[in-house]
Design a protein. Sequence first.
Length: 338
Amino acid sequence: MVQDIAAVTRALVLPALRSAVEGLHPDLARLCGYHFGWSDLQGRPTGTEDAGKLLRARVALLSAAAAGADPAAAVSGAVAVELVHNFSLLHDDIMDGDERRRGRATAWSAFGVPGAVLGGDALTALALRQLTAVPGEAGRTAVTMLVDTLHEMIRGQAADLALDRIPGNEVTYRLYVDASYKTTALLSAACGIGAVLGGASGELVDLLHRAAGDVGLAWQIANDVEDIWGDPVVTGKQAFSDLRLGKKTLPVIAALRSGTDEGDRLATLLMSAGAEKEEHELLLQADLIEAAGGRRHAEELSNRHLQGSLNDLAGSLPPTAARDELIRLFRFIVTRAK
């Protein structure tokens, strides 16, 4: 049932996701359809069913299956978390000033900021509507979980913006974790909501929710490493993208707090760096971070959170195909290794 969860997710989730988006006001449906990749700027079909990797939807379906239910029981939750994910992408592109996504103009650069803001708002409302239609206690619990998740994501985004105003030598790991909620909260919600809709016990819901949070943090840290040292051909991002923006990512924080000469040199360099950074400056920053142990610490911390999550799942869930597939998916999310 879950051996090809990607295919199962596309078959179960994509039709419901498209139906929800197509029910919006025509202008918003066109903008959101473009954002998902289903249509061009004029609203003409592109002939693709692509809506991204649907990772969060897969997690929701597998969590329901791990609770002993048919994955179809969690379709409404899977659609809801994908809608919320894409709300965050629409708004993030605006806040970050990103003009390209998946090789095309971002929605705000193509349709304007007001339309993209409203499109993100519309997807949030659609997400809640998916779950308010679920009857009984499961529906009420799922809605509450999604509302709490939206709160955590927005709080995390605010914490992330606040990091930009804090001097590098004052940034703590706690502040970083607070900011990471902008991404980790939704992965936790995908697991928790999927489990709730699959009829899981409160104990199992809590376990899956917590395990997904650890994976989300491991994923965020791994992305921090990749943004500095990853291959731009693989990542699809400009080399040193986070350093270029002056982001205080986990490797940077670890280097600044290392107590090493290289960490002190990095702090001095960051304080004196101008808005426009030359390539040799970025390369020097990356070298100092690595020499101060920032890269090694980040990689070890990411692996620790991932392994903790996988061990919890392996030790607490009965050995089923759904459990094994969820473990494989969690590992893939962080390491990209199948």
